[in-house]
Design a protein around this ligand. Structure first.
Ligand SMILES: Nc1ncnc2c1ncn2[C@@H]1O[C@H](COP(=O)(O)OP(=O)(O)O)[C@@H](O)[C@H]1O
Ligand SMILES: [Mg+2]
Length: 321
């Protein structure tokens, strides 16, 4: 009992926030409902990012109707690799990362082959909303398959890591990189079995990680250390994240990036209800950082300049401990 009490006090001390607090004090308070479609529909997010001059993976095709599926084999012939995803998907559900072909078949990132029939069946399920929020019929995006930066070769199992930055009132407050594992099938979603590794905001250096409920320092498949890696293009990532405040109109938003070895950082998606495991990955809570930005707001000190906001975050939000 005393132990539990001590743990609760320690969690409060490091400023850990829970789902209830996130929803009541941040999501509901700072995210106007009318802007949700901007982040819940990945096609709309992509269009907004392009309009704002922010890089995204190139769109190859949009599938809205069942009859368009059969034509895809020809339409996608010029692309050896590509990714299929439901516009309203989440948590990596329904995403197909196609890494090559063998004759008529498609090779998935987990190396399993998929026949044309299986491929069409998967897309048909996607259109019907099987993988999407609320189970409503959806449209599918087919896009460029990101070629990840070799810096992550040793710490990713056949997939693309992504960098998540939480942005509050335009200020980057916390970051992590998510690394695919054998379990996560080429995807970087924590619930699919990927690892979350905390990133120090001032330096862009990785700290320790979390895999399920386990705190880790090595990648479970490759055994390579995940601590002390320098995230490439770090200042640029922070700046792009800060600009997603204006792009989305959301006060509390998670911005997900991928780092392409040739094309550099690209925005993958935005999230209006970003998860809280990022706190465990960093061993730091969000509470104190969010309070600091709120204090700035109360003092009338919020900046409209993304660069100024990044400077503030780099001075104020080191990962402690
Ligand atoms: N264009 C892409 N190229 C390579 N991998 C991708 C691409 N899009 C998504 N992925 C992989 O799938 C994961 C989930 O994709 P994302 O667009 O974030 O959808 P979700 O909302 O389901 O999380 C990403 O974290 C990444 O690992
Ligand atoms: Mg995602």
């Amino acid at each position: 009992m005393y132990g539990l009490f001590r743990t609760a006090r320690r969690l409060r001390e490091i400023g850990l926030i829970g789902i209830g607090e996130r929803n009541a004090s941040y999501v509901l308070r700072y995210n106007p409902r009318k802007f949700y479609p901007r982040v819940d529909d990945k096609l709309l997010t992509k269009q907004l990012a392009i309009a704002a001059g922010l890089p995204v993976p190139e769109l190859y095709a949009v599938v809205r109707e069942e009859h368009q599926i059969a034509d895809l084999h020809d339409k996608l012939a010029p692309h050896d690799q590509f990714v299929v995803k439901p516009a309203h998907g989440s948590g990596g559900d329904g995403i197909l990362v196609i890494s090559g072909r063998r004759g008529d078949k498609y090779r998935r990132s987990n190396s399993l082959l998929m026949s044309r029939g299986e491929f069409e069946h998967h897309l048909s399920n996607g259109l019907s909303g099987l993988f999407s929020l609320g189970g409503q019929p959806d449209h599918l995006l087919i896009e460029y398959c990101v070629q990840f930066d070799p810096i992550f070769d040793q710490v990713s199992y056949r997939g693309v890591p992504d960098v998540r930055i939480i942005v509050f009132l335009g200020y980057p407050v916390m970051a992590m990189i998510r690394l695919p594992t054998r379990m996560s099938d080429g995807k970087a979603n924590l619930h699919q079995g990927a690892i979350g590794v905390g990133i120090d905001i001032p330096t862009g250096l990785t700290r320790r990680g979390v895999w399920g409920t386990e705190i880790i320092r090595e990648h479970p498949d490759t055994e390579h250390s995940i601590v002390g890696l320098q995230i490439p293009h770090w200042p640029e990532l922070l700046q792009m994240a800060a600009r997603c405040y204006e792009l989305s109109g959301l006060g509390y938003v998670g911005v997900d990036f991928v780092l392409d070895r040739n094309l550099g950082p690209m925005i993958l998606e935005l999230n209006a209800r970003p998860g809280l495991a990022i706190q465990i990955a960093n061993g730091n809570g969000l509470g104190h950082r969010l309070a600091k930005v709120e204090a700035l707001a109360e003092a009338g000190g919020l900046s409209t300049d993304p660069d100024e906001r990044v400077d503030f975050s780099r001075r104020n939000f080191p990962t402690l401990g």
